[in-house]
Design a protein around this ligand. Structure first.
Ligand SMILES: O=C(CO)[C@H](O)[C@H](O)COP(=O)(O)O
Ligand SMILES: [Fe+2]
Length: 220
């Protein structure tokens, strides 16, 4: 399975989002962090802006919803054309019902876990999802350092997916750079979000290629 790179536009220029989506045209996905100032102490963008991004993006959109009440709001992102919609396990009331609704609307369904959230209660739900997102920083802000302590959880999810014979992707999000991506890949991740590392690079396509090459050496 080759590594997928999803740069986060959290570190893009919010006055030039179309230009900055164009800058990551060689990536596999554009990761869009939606924050509502309730689930996390930060506010980014919502559905009206997301709908426009979906119309102009050269790469499919990977929505990461850090919002309260995703049961109510997440389907709108699938309807807007998101390739993937990921909501937080800590925020959802009926995660299975919501995942089924997202898939019915034509999107992949993802379940996100904060660094301190155990995956054990959710392992039985794996067949309902296309991806699990393991946060490797506290959600809310870009540019934080990678939390090594989440790697056993990445490994646990990868092992459970393999044992069940499923094709569920494992995404790591937060603090991914050339310095950390290999350890995340070794632990079993196959989708890598990187915001500050990609948009802070001198050569953005070069950074995407370098991250992909490093991860590919370690993905199984
Ligand atoms: O979900 C997020 C923060 O809540 C971001 O996707 C993540 O932090 C990416 O930024 P960076 O690579 O700079 O850590
Ligand atoms: Fe994110």
């Amino acid at each position: 399975m080759s590594a997928l790179i999803a740069p986060s536009i959290l570190s893009a220029d919010f006055a030039n989002l179309e230009r900055d989506l164009g800058a990551i045209a060689t990536a596999d996905y554009a990761h869009v962090d939606v924050m509502d100032n309730h689930f996390v102490p930060n506010l980014t963008l919502g559905l009206p802006i997301f709908e426009r991004l979906a119309q102009v993006s050269p790469v499919p959109l990977d929505a990461h919803l850090m919002i309260a009440d995703p049961d109510r709001w997440a389907p709108g992102y699938a309807e807007a054309g998101a390739a993937s919609v990921t909501f937080h396990a800590e925020a959802a009331t009926a995660p299975v019902r919501l995942a089924r609704e997202l898939r019915r609307l034509g999107s992949r369904a993802g379940l996100a876990l904060r660094p301190a959230t155990s995956v054990e209660p959710f392992l039985d739900l794996l067949p309902e999802f296309d991806m699990l997102l393991v946060m490797s920083v506290e959600p809310g802000f870009g540019g934080q350092s990678f939390i090594e302590g989440v790697l056993p959880k990445v490994r646990r999810i990868r092992d459970a997916v393999s044992e069940a014979g499923l094709d569920v992707w494992v995404q790591v999000d937060g603090g991914i750079s050339r310095a950390t991506i290999e350890r995340a890949a070794d632990a079993g991740a196959n989708v890598f979000v990187a915001g500050s590392a990609v948009y802070g690079a001198e050569n953005v396509p070069g950074e995407i290629a370098a991250l992909r090459a490093l991860a590919d050496q370690h993905t199984h």
